[in-house]
Each structure stands twice: as structure tokens, then as C-alpha cells.
Design a protein around this ligand. Structure first.
Ligand code: ADP
Ligand code: ADP
Length: 226
């Protein structure tokens, strides 16, 4: 059951002599319920790939189909709507809003997507419970540990029931034990929602827990083993 289908994706920055072909015929499929780890050296194009999958960047060429929708040539407005409804992001530095509680941080994207306060709050509570931090809903990010903050960020990424969750070094700043907990919580959520997930990471232990590992070599996606 294919969720994300990249075909012959190209991304070139600059032109003429200075052109950099970061992606050069990248193919990748991610199924529903599948977690794919993306491991590649710095500068190989991981962020570029995630930005393209997340509809933040338009590729120079190729197809990016999400949920059967051919997204690459859609108008910006349609891409924004799709992004809000289909995609959830988790970053290394969680970018939680410091002035707001954990609950408010998770409810916010739902309000932006048109959900009511009541339903949004209920959903946020469920998600924070599922992430094992149901007792931390009223705390602000600064009052939470790194692992707790990352779990709030994952709950926020999942708030609008995205089909695709994109995680860029989601455990980059955490110790190994905490990374484990955060990964398990993320994996559980992916299975529950039958979403697909790409995790870009330098952490080999974490990558081994994914269903599949890929890398970027010369602008193409290749299977990888560790
Ligand atoms: P990481 O290697 O941690 O994924 P980034 O994706 O932030 O780091 O950046 C990797 C490299 O790509 C950096 O050298 C950065 O300057 C460059 N880069 C990223 N985004 C842009 C951009 N929008 N414009 C110009 N350069 C960028
Ligand atoms: P990674 O995340 O694997 O470190 P990136 O996707 O950030 O790699 O970057 C891949 C290459 O593309 C780097 O050489 C980077 O400097 C370049 N790059 C990324 N984004 C831009 C951009 N917007 N403009 C120009 N160059 C970019």
C-alpha cells in the first residue's frame, strides 16, 4: 500500500558552471505503516529530500506522489493545503513555542487546520497520553526534559493525523536511552495511524530499528545496511 512515491526526482541548485545536482534521479517508495531510515553523510541531500517530500521545496524534475496525488506541479496554494493535512514534521530542535504549554503546542496546528478548540484539546490529550507525557500537559517546554520536549514535538507533528511523518534527526540531542524511548513512541504512533515515516539520522542504532534503511549516493536513493 504505497503512500509516498518519488520517481526520477532531480534537484539542482544554481546554474551553469556552479550548478549542484543534489538529487539526480532519486526513486523511493514508502508504504503506509512503514518507517524508512535515511542515513547519509552531511551534504548528501537528506534535508533536500525531506523538504521535497514535505512539499516545502519543489524539485527541478520528477514526480512526488503522496496518497495518489501528483504534487510536483500543483499550485503553491494547493501544496500548502496538502502539506497541512498530509505532512507532519519533527526536527532535531523541536521549535516548540516557548510561551505555550505542551497541550497548547499540540492543539495549535489543529486550530490552524480549522479544528475546534474542544476537539483539538481532546485530541492533544490523547496524543500526549499515548506519548507517555499525559501528566505534563500544562508545562511549558522549558519546564520539560529534552526527551519530553521531543515527545511533545512528535505529538504536535501527529496532531492533524498526517499520512506522512518526516523526522530530521529527531533524537539528535538526546542520550541513547532517551532516544530509544522517543523512537519507540514515534514508531507506536506510526503503526497506530498507519502513517508512513522517513527518519533522517546519523544514529545507527536508531536506523536499525526502522523497517528499512536507505542512503543517498550520487543523488540517487540506494538500499543500505549497517
Ligand atoms: P544538515 O546537514 O544538518 O541537514 P542543513 O540542511 O541545515 O544541515 O544545511 C546543510 C547545508 O545546506 C548547509 O551548508 C547550508 O548552508 C545549506 N543550505 C541549507 N538550506 C539552504 C538554503 N535554503 N539556501 C542555501 N543553502 C542552504
Ligand atoms: P544534508 O541534509 O544531507 O546535509 P542538504 O540537503 O542540506 O544535505 O544539502 C545538500 C547540498 O545542497 C549541500 O551541498 C548544500 O549546500 C546544498 N543546498 C541545499 N539547499 C540549498 C539551497 N537552497 N541553495 C543552494 N544550495 C543548497
Amino acid at each position: 500500500d504505497v503512500l509516498l512515491d518519488l520517481k526520477d526526482v532531480r534537484q539542482t541548485y544554481g546554474d551553469g558552471q556552479g550548478a549542484v545536482h543534489v538529487l539526480n534521479g532519486a526513486d523511493l517508495t514508502v508504504n503506509r505503516g512503514e518507517i524508512v531510515a535515511l542515513i547519509a553523510p552531511s551534504g548528501a541531500g537528506k534535508s533536500t529530500l525531506l523538504h521535497i517530500c514535505g512539499l516545502l521545496e519543489r524539485p527541478t524534475g520528477g514526480d512526488v506522489d503522496i496518497d495518489g496525488e501528483r504534487t510536483a506541479k500543483l499550485a503553491d496554494r494547493q501544496r500548502t493545503l496538502l502539506r497541512r493535512h498530509l505532512i507532519g514534521y519533527v526536527y532535531q530542535f523541536h521549535h516548540l513555542l516557548p510561551e505555550f504549554s505542551a497541550l497548547e503546542n499540540v492543539t495549535m496546528p489543529q486550530l490552524i487546520a480549522g479544528e475546534s478548540q474542544r476537539d483539538g484539546d481532546r485530541r492533544s490529550r490523547e496524543l500526549l497520553d499515548a506519548m507517555g507525557i499525559g501528566h505534563r500537559t500544562t508545562h511549558r517546554p522549558a519546564e520539560l526534559s529534552g526527551g519530553e520536549q521531543q515527545r511533545v514535538a512528535i505529538a504536535r507533528a501527529a496532531a492533524n493525523r498526517p499520512s506522512l511523518i518526516l523526522a530530521d534527526e529527531p533524537t539528535g540531542n538526546l542520550d541513547p536511552a532517551t532516544s530509544d524511548t522517543v523512537f519507540s513512541a514515534l514508531a507506536e504512533l506510526i503503526r497506530q495511524q498507519n502513517a508512513g515515516c522517513i527518519i533522517a539520522t546519523h544514529n545507527h542504532d536508531l536506523a536499525r530499528k526502522a523497517d528499512r534503511i536507505v542512503t543517498i549516493t550520487d543523488g540517487r536513493i540506494q538500499p543500505a545496511t549497517l
